[in-house]
Design a protein around this ligand. Structure first.
Ligand code: AMP
Ligand code: MG
Length: 518
């Protein structure tokens, strides 16, 4: 299994040369050589065979004890060169200074069997110079959530970092889940994340905030060379084109989040990817009843800065902050303004096209906006489940009683009944619109079912896999992962994964609300 490492980040960019993991400010450098802290008893809980193969592993590799040891941080494969990177960020709208990989340690960049670059990164592998007052560890509950959701997003067709494997450490980690003075020991686990690049907006903000133009320019030009090699022209042209493309990618990313009902939960600038990927799965959640103000993050419950409906505006805010950092070395601001404008335009057209597809309207246009708005209004008023309502809607036009068909997707039968006549009226208008398209029903249903997921890793489903895994049983995790691999197709026998949130999950910690503390 010799993996082919090509560690460009550490080869081409300055590090601080200091392997001491104690907290410090790192200036004039983008990374620190940081080794994972070995753990007591590594045990492989889950692996993603398809990704493992793409990287260059074979089944005998992940069956070996070495695999669990390496991905727990207790050993290295040849060519691995561990490091933690320096970044800053705006958290909840405020500049937070140096943050950095406080509990993430990169192992290196593999050029995989698939010819692609895969950076391998352990999350929860111990302290780094960027850990500040925290322990650098992660609990099983949060690592499992990241493992499941990143692979689910990939299967949903949403740009995302991926997950190679999940390893139990055999050590406890103490966490005060709700910062309420009740710390508890929980089992620890490490997830190995995989992406072509883990660079975040905050990586560029930190040198800009310190007036270190030399370092910022080196980082930008490295990004162009490694992560955006397709861009051509002078350095200045490529920098401009890069920002514009990033804005477009971020717009498409958020349009996908809105399509599938994903709420990131903590869209700080250190959690936005320079490749337009979903990154950093923490207190994320999935819309259940359609409720644009919903946020899964307890830390955000007051301000609701990161609620479902504000994600497009926040993404743009983050891009504006990044533009401010880049402006320190890009005297011509034109591409920065153009990028922000492109964000709005691309989000608008993608969101319209995706909403059109979700409703099965062929070539949706601005003229369809009132029909769309009314649908979302009735979804909210009747407390309909964001995923199941669209799946049922696909069957509605041919149903004898389309209102009755939608009823089981509501969390509140009384509110559904109160809104039944509004729904009936809307369905009539909808039906008339479909007739204008003149598309065969089977074809329309196929379009709708291809963009409206039936299965998603909702918090209560992840919680069931967590509860079982904490008891030592990974069967539920395997079943969940297997179901989420094919999220648009009904899988007989797996109905419970497409059910509405059960009553027990309504107020349970980890299901209704989550904190960043994990
Ligand atoms: P997040 O809220 O996960 O985006 O993290 C914000 C910052 O806190 C990042 O610099 C993280 O690396 C750091 N951080 C979060 N949890 C821990 C932890 N348990 N140990 C060390 N650093 C952490
Ligand atoms: Mg983060």
């Amino acid at each position: 299994m010799p993996l082919h490492f090509d560690n460009r980040f550490v080869a081409e960019l300055p590090g601080d040369g200091n392997p001491d993991p104690r907290t410090r400010q790192v200036t004039g450098a983008l990374w620190s050589p940081t080794a994972p802290t070995p753990v007591a008893a590594p045990r492989l809980l889950a692996v993603v065979p398809e990704l493992a193969r793409a990287i260059g592993f074979e089944p005998s590799d992940w069956a070996s004890e070495d695999f669990a040891r390496v991905f727990a941080g207790n050993a290295y494969f040849e060519g691995m060169q561990p490091y933690a990177t320096a970044y800053g960020g705006h958290q909840f709208g405020h500049w937070a200074g140096q943050l950095g990989d406080g509990r993430a340690i990169a192992l290196g960049e593999v050029v995989g069997a698939d010819g692609q670059r895969h950076e391998l990164q352990l999350k929860g592998a111990g302290r780094t110079p960027y850990s500040r007052h925290a322990d650098g560890r992660a609990v099983l509950r949060s690592s499992l959530r990241e493992f499941v959701c990143s692979e689910a997003m990939h299967a949903l067709g949403v740009p995302t970092t991926r997950a190679l494997c999940l390893v139990a450490t055999g050590e406890d980690v103490v966490r005060d889940m709700f910062y309420d003075g009740h710390p508890k020991a929980e089992p620890g686990a490490i997830v190995c994340r995989v992406a072509p690049s883990f660079l975040r907006f905050g990586h560029y903000e930190l040198p800009a905030s310190r007036g270190d133009s030399t370092l910022l320019e080196r980082l930008i030009d490295f990004t162009l060379a490694r992560d955006y090699p397709q861009l051509t022209g002078s350095t200045e042209q490529r920098r401009g084109a890069w920002f514009i493309e990033l804005c477009e990618r971020t717009a498409r990313l958020v349009a996908h989040w809105m399509r599938v009902g994903f709420v990131h939960g903590v869209m700080n600038t250190d959690n936005l990817s320079i490749l337009g990927l979903t990154i950093d799965y923490g207190p994320y959640g999935w819309l259940e009843p359609y409720e644009p103000e919903w946020t899964p993050n307890t830390t955000d419950a007051q301000g609701r800065r990161y609620c479902f409906g504000r994600q497009p505006a926040i993404a743009q805010w983050n891009l504006e902050v990044l533009a401010g950092a880049l402006a320190t070395v890009m005297p011509d601001r034109t591409p920065l303004h153009e990028g922000i404008a492109r964000f709005g335009a691309v989000f608008g057209s993608e969101h319209l096209a995706m909403t059109g597809a979700k409703l099965g309207i062929a070539s949706a246009s601005e003229d369809d906006l009132p029909l769309m708005r009314e649908w979302f209004a009735v979804l909210g008023a009747a407390e309909l489940d964001y995923l199941q309502a669209f799946r049922r809607l696909a069957q509605a036009p041919e149903a004898d009683d389309p209102v009755a068909l939608l009823a089981p997707a509501s969390y509140a039968p009384a509110r559904f009944a109160a809104n039944a006549s509004a729904l009936r009226t809307w369905l009539e208008g909808y039906h008339a619109r479909l007739v204008r398209d003149g598309r065969p029903a089977a074809e329309r249903r196929a379009v709708m079912d291809a963009v409206n997921p039936l299965y998603a890793p909702r918090n209560w489903l992840a919680q069931q896999a967590i509860d079982a895994a904490e008891r030592g049983d990974t069967g539920e995790l395997d079943l969940l992962m297997d179901t989420l691999r094919d999220p648009y197709r009904a899988q007989p026998g797996r109905e419970r994964f497409a059910a509405l949130r059960p009553e027990w999950a309504r107020e349970r910690a980890g299901c209704s609300m989550l904190s960043c503390s994990s």
